[in-house]
Design a protein around this ligand. Structure first.
Ligand SMILES: Nc1nc2c(c(=O)[nH]1)N[C@H]1C(S)=C(S)[C@@H](COP(=O)(O)OP(=O)(O)OC[C@H]3O[C@@H](n4cnc5c(=O)[nH]c(N)nc54)[C@H](O)[C@@H]3O)O[C@H]1N2
Ligand SMILES: Nc1nc2c(c(=O)[nH]1)N[C@H]1C(S)=C(S)[C@@H](COP(=O)(O)OP(=O)(O)OC[C@H]3O[C@@H](n4cnc5c(=O)[nH]c(N)nc54)[C@H](O)[C@@H]3O)O[C@H]1N2
Ligand code: SF4
Ligand SMILES: [Mo]
Length: 709
């Protein structure tokens, strides 16, 4: 018997935990965390269940071509050569007839192959890249960039600069579960040992709120009002960081004027919080510095997301919590440089920009990518710019707002190619399905961390059947459609991405990860020549722009403000009479990753059905008991989830599990419309900058759903 242990990196979520995999006679028999990596040997149930995942009987094994009507479930097995021939012909034909913008390239949440998605699109001449970024992480990056000139701000909870955060705010975030958006549960939880004040801002009690100094049970969608009121208190009580503000910020006086209307008392009415608690939170954050804020993506799933994030970033500015040990940092990348270079080296031309769907309406997000909901609206109307849609991972059919319209729209796509590991709803409606490999089956570079680290996925076993890793799929199609940008093989492509670090893929694979940590990071960059000679931020004014000259030029309000969600008891009081409860949907489950893993028996055993959290008093009012199926209805439709009576949720709010379907149900939809809250969400009101829809703050009503109804 041969037995060996392979070091690799998990990407069953965004976390990137270092992993040790035991292989006996070519078969994986055990997976555990690798203590000699930055994640220190920690892993969660999702990563640990990967043996069930890779050996799953439903894995896609071969390229498939649709044989019946769209969605009928009839498939013909074809060779990779044939699949590539068809895709090449379709893409070239579409480019010749309609221009390259007629091709969309999409993915779901970050899965480590983001760089390939973007490079592929740009290489063939389209910027119609469809990703969930506009409700997840991208607005944050865009606005950090706008205000500080540097697009990446993350918490310094490592103590590398000699200090830990004294006040830590978990704002619309469940980092302990999500390891989300380039921040990691393991480091965050460790930093709590050093934290004096933990502030949790969440409409629900979470694992952290019970140990928090202060838990602000906010009304969903009103975070901007809270942030502006906190700034109001900090300024009016003279608690701001005078040295930082005077020397390094722009527009303080205008911000001071703006926040006067957001008194704690007014904000309390908007947010359903106590004015005293708002004052207390402001004082803690301003006095007990350094402080940092974990930004959760629920802040981005709001139709006021741009100004909400602006307000929270200004809160960091007035308290001087930028670039200081224990505050928010823009990390220096490892020696390989930023991995984005792999796609930014191919510029977006004016012609590509002109072809971006939604660019005219949402200028902030649409500089580089398409606006998903506008794509759907065009498809519905039948005047779609997009003819060929190349989808690699991602379930737009599940994750976009207003499922009824999304299903109709997607069925109007002329030609849809989908690469996945399983025959989920997106694959079911495709014309060509390509089988993709799992992270245990690939050689690749991974970089979901706060950009100070890249890690190696080392292939442990071969993919099943004829599945290919995503990078190979991109490379092989790329070679046919835009050969000048693609590589002889995947190894050469990986070598190319590592060239600045002066190492080859083989060397990197041995190293396991490459990081710039501890003393190698530079704090207070704005006090040095790092961004600007003589110091300053890389913004037009050289300062951190509390008043944004960039937004002003683009025609947006340069100062942050609060705006009611598109549907709420205050913005649509008539509607609220019929739909009296607030529906929120940002409720990540520890055992699932978005719509993934409901087909993994061990993970499914922890939670059979999607659940909605509801306050016991509210449930009683509607005759709902714990464990009952309950209807949740909005003006768009109705779904069922199992009720979880939970005293920790605000009585006026229900929280539904998002991104769900039932893999075991028949295709093409696999029960997608039964419980997925996007049946209820609206694609009619958007953030003016990024086009983000309200997914966390809508109106609904609930009732008991008799079993089997
Ligand atoms: N109402 C509501 N809607 C939401 C959200 C919400 O909170 N509420 N959240 C939003 C957010 S933040 C996001 S990011 C989106 C997420 O939405 P998606 O990222 O689209 O999430 P999934 O539904 O998990 O779809 C991922 C698909 O990719 C496949 N896959 C996984 N790994 C790989 C791989 O390595 N290669 C390939 N080729 N395929 C792979 C999986 O099998 C699955 O079919 O949903 C958004 N929609
Ligand atoms: N296990 C697991 N991990 C995941 C995922 C998963 O599905 N499962 N998904 C991944 C993805 S794509 C993402 S984007 C991240 C998201 O992960 P996070 O950014 O951590 O955010 P969420 O879990 O979506 O929501 C966090 C909290 O926001 C609260 N919330 C809802 N609405 C509001 C609001 O309007 N205001 C405030 N202040 N709070 C609100 C919710 O109650 C919830 O507790 O997680 C990633 N990690
Ligand atoms: S936290 Fe994420 S990366 Fe780590 S083991 Fe779990 S799924 Fe894998
Ligand atoms: Mo996300």
């Amino acid at each position: 018997m041969t037995k060996n242990i392979v070091k690799t990196t998990c990407k069953s979520c965004h976390g990137g935990c270092g992993v040790l995999v035991t292989v006996e006679d070519g078969v994986i028999t055990h997976i555990e965390g690798n203590p000699d990596t930055p994640t220190r040997g920690t892993m969660c149930s999702k990563g640990l269940s990967s043996i069930q995942h890779i050996n799953h009987p439903d894995r896609l094994l071969y390229p498939l071509k649709r044989a019946g009507k769209r969605g009928e479930g009839k498939w013909e097995r074809i060779s990779w050569d044939k699949a590539l021939d068809i895709i090449e012909t379709k893409m070239k034909d579409s480019i010749a007839r309609y221009g390259a913008s007629s091709i969309a390239v999409s993915q779901g949440t970050g899965r480590g192959y983001n760089e390939y998605t973007h490079r592929f699109a740009r290489s063939i001449g389209t910027a119609n890249i469809i990703t969930p970024g506009y409700v997840c992480h991208s607005p944050r990056l865009g606005l950090y960039g706008l205000v500080t000139g540097n697009g990446r701000l993350y918490c310094d909870y490592h103590g590398w600069g000699g200090e830990y955060p004294k006040t830590s705010i978990s704002w619309a975030k469940q980092l302990e579960i999500s390891s989300a958006d380039s921040e990691m549960a393991v480091w965050f939880l460790e930093s709590l040992k050093h934290v004096k004040n933990l502030i949790v801002i969440d409409p629900r009690e979470t694992a952290l709120s019970s140990r928090a100094t202060l838990w602000l049970q906010i009304r969903p969608g009103t975070d901007a009002a809270l942030a502006l009121a906190m700034i109001n208190v900090i300024i009016n009580e003279g608690l701001w960081d005078k040295e930082f503000v005077d020397k390094w910020t722009y527009g303080f006086d205008k911000l001071k004027e703006r926040v006067q209307e957001y008194t704690p008392e007014r904000a309390a009415k908007i947010t359903w919080l106590k004015a005293d608690d708002i004052v207390k939170a402001a004082r803690l954050f301003a006095i007990d510095t350094p402080g940092c804020i974990q930004f959760g993506s629920s802040l981005e799933r709001q139709a006021n997301c741009g100004q909400t994030l602006r307000a929270v970033i200004c809160l960091l500015g007035v308290t001087g919590n930028i670039e200081r040990p224990g505050s928010m940092m823009s990390w220096m990348p490892p020696a390989s440089g930023l991995r984005e270079d792999f796609f930014t080296e191919i510029p977006i031309t004016d012609e590509m920009r002109k072809g971006i769907v939604g660019a005219g309406d949402f200028r902030m997000g649409a500089a580089r990518t398409a606006h998903s909901d506008s794509v759907i609206k065009q498809l519905l109307k039948g005047d779609s710019i997009i003819k060929v849609w190349f989808s690699v991972g991602g379930q737009q059919i599940i994750h976009l707002a207003n499922t009824t319209e999304v299903i109709k729209g997607l069925n109007n796509v002329e030609f849809l190619i989908h690469a996945d590991q399983f025959m989920g709803p997106m694959a079911e409606i495709a014309d060509i399905v390509l089988p993709a490999a799992h992270w245990l089956e690939i050689d690749d570079i991974y970089d979901m961390h706060p950009r100070f680290m890249i890690e190696a996925h080392n292939k442990v076993v071969d993919p099943p059947g004829e599945a290919w890793q995503d990078s190979k799929i991109f490379n092989e199609i790329g070679k046919r459609v835009a050969p000048q940008y693609w590589f002889e093989n995947v190894e050469k492509m990986l070598d190319y991405q590592l060239r600045k670090a002066n190492i080859t893929w083989k060397q990197f694979s041995e190293m396991g990860f490459l990081a710039r940590m501890g003393k190698d990071q530079i704090y207070y960059k704005y006090k040095t020549d790092f961004w600007r000679k003589g110091g300053g931020f890389p913004t037009p004014t050289g300062k951190m722009e509390l008043y944004s000259t960039v937004l002003e030029k683009l025609g947006y309000d340069p100062l942050p403000y609060f705006r009611e969600p598109g549907e709420s008891p205050y913005s649509t009081p008539e509607l609220a009479k019929e739909y009296p409860l607030i529906l929120s949907t940002g409720y990540r489950q520890p055992f699932y990753f978005l719509s993934q893993y409901r087909n993994i028996p061990w993970l499914r055993s922890f939670q059979q059905d999607p659940t909605m959290q509801i306050h016991p008093d509210t449930a009683r009012k509607y005759g709902i008991e714990d464990g009952d199926w309950a209807w949740i209805e909005s003006p768009r439709g109705k779904i069922k989830q199992r009720a979880r009576l939970f005293p920790g949720i605000h009585p006026g709010v229900v929280m539904a599990t998002a991104n769900c379907f039932y893999p075991e149900d028949p295709g093409p939809l696999h029960g997608l419309t039964r419980s997925n809250p996007n049946v209820l969400t609206s694609n009619n009101h958007f953030d003016p900058m990024y086009g983000s829809p309200d997914l966390t703050a809508l109106l609904c009503k609930v009732s008991r759903a008799p079993d089997g109804d």
